[in-house]
Write a protein that binds this ligand. Structure first.
Ligand SMILES: C[S@@+](CC[C@H](N)C(=O)[O-])C[C@H]1O[C@@H](n2cnc3c(N)ncnc32)[C@H](O)[C@@H]1O
Length: 214
């Protein structure tokens, strides 16, 4: 997907007002400017930022939009991918979780500069976020699937929709979760990379009852 095709894809899949497009353009500027201070995206992806990062994030909304009520919780948001992009394109409350200080500061600054009052940041480890049932949980380049699900189990219930972009290992990672997680798992193609996939799931961890107890 070229940068031009990425913009066309966005307009075709979302009701992108002039204001929303301006906000996304501004986010790209803020992200690239912050690259002078910290490594937020791979240097090699700089010229392809709309396809490799903006659309790659936005496509998660095409799956997440079908979720029920509840916040969108993005684990390991880093550069705000997909959290900030989701907040630009949707009115659902977005909570980004990030543990590294400089990235927390970047995310808070981006929220303020882009005027996204429905977005917020939990600055700390995912495992320490107070329990809640998210409507959607996303996580891009955050952790392998079994650890990812484990670390955010307390943020989900049976209605939570997990929307998880994965590389070519998606199927293997899914197999590794089978013993301990149940639910409905779909593997959807990525629109930006033929080798990547998006795991879309309603997942629950079965309660293991201790032997000898009624
Ligand atoms: C490889 S980066 C990906 C960032 C972003 N999602 C993206 O796609 O560009 C992973 C991020 O997850 C954060 N992270 C890793 N483990 C975490 C944890 N347990 N709690 C919160 N953040 C975590 C790291 O600090 C880092 O910013």
């Amino acid at each position: 997907m070229t940068e031009e095709e990425a913009r066309v894809w966005l307009s075709a899949h979302f009701d992108v007002s002039r204001e929303t497009m301006a906000r996304l353009e501004r986010f790209v500027e803020i992200l690239l400017a912050a690259m002078d201070e910290q490594n937020l995206i791979a240097e090699s992806t700089r010229p392809h930022i709309w396809a490799r990062h903006i659309v790659d994030s936005a496509q998660l909304l095409t799956h997440g939009n079908s979720a029920g009520e509840g916040a969108w919780v993005d684990l390991g948001s880093g550069a705000g991918l997909p959290g900030i992009v989701v907040a630009c394109l949707s009115e659902r409350p977005v909570l980004m979780v990030e543990s590294r200080r400089k990235r927390i500061d970047f995310l808070n600054e981006a929220i303020a500069l882009l005027n996204l009052p429905h977005a917020s940041v939990f600055g700390g480890r995912v495992e320490l976020v107070p329990p809640r049932a998210a409507g959607v949980i996303s996580a891009r380049a955050y952790a392998p699937l079994p650890r990812l699900l484990e670390s955010a189990a307390h943020l989900s219930d049976k209605n939570t929709l997990w929307v998880l972009p994965k590389g070519r290992n998606a199927q293997n990672e899914l197999e590794a979760t089978r013993p301990s997680w149940q639910g409905v798992f779909h593997v959807e193609p990525s629109v930006t990379d033929a080798d990547s996939a998006i795991i879309v799931a309603h997942a629950v961890k079965p309660v293991v009852r201790k032997k000898g107890r009624a």
